[in-house]
Design a protein around this ligand. Structure first.
Ligand SMILES: *Cc1c(COP(=O)(O)O)cnc(C)c1O
Length: 470
């Protein structure tokens, strides 16, 4: 493909993208395809000769699009959103055009310095402690793993010695509602998942600090070495908020590392009225949130903030001869701030988004999402046949259908869930809270409006009526 052909196809693809967003309401949110459907459409062997781009693109429309789940559909209310926006898409396009490797300052000076600056912007925008330093990671899972590894290196020489000299097993603490990426990180870091202690939660699904302290004391008595606590600011099931102040005091008292997983709800901290929810932030050693979830910046872009960047760098630094540069003492070489060597220029799309929306624009979008969630939550509270199953501090509503005097509610709600998603009109996901099958609706899509929410609710109500309890 030469530049003329690129220009022609490129213009058409931009038009296609604009059309996609204008017409996205007409797509079914999730496809109705059995496994293997798309696989069978794509030839088993790669082509030997060049294919016409027009043909390739036609196949994309014909074979790929119908098999996609449309995360940018305003009726996508599942999981947490992975929202994007036009400025983000344009930033991503330029990132891919330059194809820069942002591993060292020298390999991408402007990318490195822009990353530093936009992380400072986010730190201010979220009201994070002033002495925190940020770096972009691919995902919250990676950031949390980096945090666990930094904690390990802070208290041991395992990076150099391996685990062989470690006689006391370490203990890591999180709540029973914490995200699975924490257990994954604990496994990868070599602690062993049996040493991740899941602390009991209260009726709002938040960690009970007294239970945390008891666990720490018991572990000390039993000869374990408590190492780190991972607190949630917005759990994945119900956006519960662990009480950071109390947990932070325990971290200080027992000299434990404290990481805060705010992957989804962290974005809400751009709203000054939500900052009180993160009281105790001065105790944190690290904090992660994903602009790629609820800040209109397309996947991947995870913002990781640390109190002590030296400790982070000490954990990951590797400078072979071929990567040494004259500027190493004066600049950030972000390859030393995480797991990857090669890194994408992710700061660009974030810079486009923050400037294009402005902080006011970002705030008003998030305030709308939260306002609509409160409104729907009220409607559920007032509804005789539905019940809310968790507090709604942000924009995630956990609820279930509860026809009068009926048992087998788990089966009924699972059925309702299936019929909602089968309708193609909206998409929601589920969780279990207190062993109850829980429907979960998240209002965080870039282009969602109250119209979409109220229509979605109407659909849920109608489908519920047609569920025959068995
Ligand atoms: C989504 C989520 C994660 C994982 O995020 P990735 O960026 O996909 O790794 C971790 N923790 C919480 C609370 C989440 O909601």
């Amino acid at each position: 493909m030469d530049s003329n052909e690129f220009r022609k196809q490129g213009h058409q693809i931009i038009d296609w993208i604009a059309d996609y967003f204008e017409n996205i309401n007409h797509y079914s949110v999730i496809p109705d395809h059995p496994p293997g459907h798309t696989l069978n459409k794509v030839p088993a062997s790669p082509p030997l000769d060049s294919e016409d781009f027009k043909t390739i693109f036609q196949d994309f429309e014909k074979d790929i699009i119908p098999g996609m789940t449309h995360w940018q559909h305003p009726n996508f209310f599942g999981y947490f959103p992975a929202n994007t926006s036009f400025p983000s898409i344009l930033g991503e396009l330029l990132t891919s055009a330059m194809g820069a490797q942002c591993m060292s300052w020298l390999t991408s000076p402007a990318a490195t310095e822009l990353e530093q600056r936009v992380m400072e912007w986010l730190q201010q925008a979220l009201g994070l402690p002033e002495d925190f330093t940020g770096v972009i990671q691919d995902t919250a899972s990676t950031a949390t793993l980096c945090s666990i590894l930094t904690a390990r290196e802070r208290f041991t020489k395992i990076n150099k010695d391996g685990f062989y000299n470690q006689v006391k097993p370490f203990r890591i603490y999180c709540s029973s509602e914490a995200h699975s990426s924490i257990e994954k990180g604990v496994k990868i870091a070599g602690f062993g998942s049996q040493h991740l202690i899941k602390i009991a939660i209260n009726e709002d699904f938040a960690m009970i600090p007294e239970a945390l302290e008891s666990a720490i004391i018991e572990d000390l008595k039993a000869g374990f070495q408590p190492l780190a606590i991972i607190a949630a600011f917005g759990t994945t099931s119900s956006t519960a908020i662990d009480p950071l102040e109390a947990i932070g005091r325990l971290a200080q008292k027992y000299k434990l590392w404290l990481h805060v997983d705010a992957a989804f709800a962290g974005s809400a901290l751009i709203l000054p009225e939500k900052r009180t929810l993160l009281e105790g932030m001065e105790y944190m050693d690290s904090f992660v949130f994903n602009p790629h979830k609820w800040l209109f910046t397309n996947f991947d872009c995870s913002a990781y903030f640390v109190k002590d960047p030296q400790a982070l760098k000490h954990t990951f630094e590797m400078t072979p001869e071929y990567l040494k540069t004259e500027q190493d003492q004066q600049v950030n070489n972000y390859r030393d701030w995480g797991i990857q060597l090669g890194r994408r220029f992710r700061a660009l799309k974030l810079w486009f988004v923050i400037r294009s929306f402005g902080l006011n624009g970002l705030q008003s979008q998030l305030r709308n999402h939260i306002k609509w969630a409160q409104k729907l939550s009220q409607m559920i509270d007032n509804h005789p046949l539905f019940e809310r199953l968790a507090p709604v501090p942000f924009n995630t509503i956990c609820f279930r259908y509860k026809p009068a005097a009926h048992t087998g509610l788990n089966e009924i709600n699972q059925k309702l869930h299936q019929s909602i998603n089968k309708s193609g009109k909206l998409f929601i996901t589920h969780t279990k809270l207190n062993e109850q099958y829980t429907l979960r609706l998240v209002i965080g899509q870039t282009n969602v409006t109250w119209e979409h929410v109220s229509t979605a609710w109407k659909t849920i109500e109608d489908l519920a009526k047609s569920i025959n309890p068995t």
